[in-house]
Design a protein around this ligand. Sequence first.
Ligand code: CDP
Length: 226
Amino acid sequence: MVKPSIIAIDGPAASGKSTLGERLAQRIGYLYFDTGILYRAVTLAALQKFGRVDQEEEVSILSEVVNIDVRPPSLADGRNADVCIDGVDVTWDIRTPEVDANVSQISAYPRVRRAMTLQQRRIGQRGGVVMVGRDIGTVVFPEAGLKIYLIATVEERARRRFHEITARGDTADFKRILAALRKRDAYDSGRKLAPLKPAEDAIILDSEGLSIDQVVERALELVEKA
Ligand code: CDP
């Protein structure tokens, strides 16, 4: 079987892209790369440096110089990669509600997107990669051999995020999660540059009511057919 060299998985927040991407990559021996990590890391770096994210010029410059490193996991604490900013481990710090609440604003800045897109192309250009994000099939790798657009209702996605947080031992408020997801979806879909939307040749995969194993099997069928 000749597999597509680049597999793009896009979709809204908490649609299960990361879990699918990771398992699919493992099954076919590909590298898995979650591009949300980069936008989250820039957001955290900006919050640490400026305490806010609304200064577009400063944040843009920061995104061009900040040193974000994504490496295989060094700890078995549920992480699927080590994420470091300038050598400091920030793997869990990029997953806080504060980063969640600010990441979409930063992701709309054109220079930030340009800097992140360049990094993503560098990582993916050798092929053998499952890349996950919002604009992989539309902007980063429009030539990807397989594009999956993963969807589920916002309520289902909020339930998944709720379980993800409580499984880590943290407390979570379902209504707040739901509201935050709705807000981020609106922001991501409404931005001018690289908005969240399926590529014209993307295959829509609706994960509603499917187990993660069923979603992975469905994706494997798509890899075979691609
Ligand atoms: O895991 P979750 O679906 O909540 O989000 P994520 O994939 O970690 O992405 C966090 C945010 O980064 C998104 O809400 C987008 O604003 C932005 N993002 C983007 O603009 N383009 C990408 N390729 C990936 C993420």
